[in-house]
Design a protein around this ligand. Sequence first.
Ligand SMILES: Cc1cc2nc3c(=O)[nH]c(=O)nc-3n(C[C@H](O)[C@H](O)[C@H](O)COP(=O)(O)O)c2cc1C
Length: 178
Amino acid sequence: MQLDEAIKGRRSAKKFSSKKPDWRDVIECIDAARYAPRAGGHFTLKFIFVSDREKINKIAEAAQQEFISQAHYVVVAFSTPKITINSFGKRGEIYVRQQAGAAIQNFLLKAEEKKLSACWVGHLVDEQIKREFRIPDAALIEAVIPVGYEFEKTKPSKKTSIDGILYFDRFGKKRMRG
Ligand SMILES: Cc1cc2nc3c(=O)[nH]c(=O)nc-3n(C[C@H](O)[C@H](O)[C@H](O)COP(=O)(O)O)c2cc1C
């Protein structure tokens, strides 16, 4: 699959079929996340691969999003920020969140390449997830990502037009020249 096809074809799945993905494909998505840029060379994102049905239901509860429980696998992604904050101080806190986003997007693009469907879920009660998976208090929950095959292809979401986000040379300047 071409990169452009993966970028434009990726969408958030909200309904999964009963077909079970090969768990190794999901591990490949996690592996792809490792290649994202990271401040000071410190990769601060960690993953818990969840296949236990009861635990998946607990994640759906913590997120109050029922569709998550349809997935055979859910990946919990969390940051351990200490090393980056030690290197960069306050700014390091921002870097940790930014690099988590870059890595999660790598994950999602790899999933698209493998014809899997996934959804970045960020609306959840962090404490419930930490308790369930024994994640240290100082960690930052970045996302839970249900992975599976989509029940039916969701329509692509409406994209922002390039005209609405692009400026030239300074904020507000909408033309390349003149
Ligand atoms: C930080 C973040 C948090 C998100 N949290 C949720 C969520 O809790 N539940 C959900 O269904 N989708 C969530 N999404 C997915 C968005 O709803 C989705 O990306 C958006 O509607 C655009 O659709 P698309 O991904 O198909 O292009 C989240 C996405 C991001 C980037």
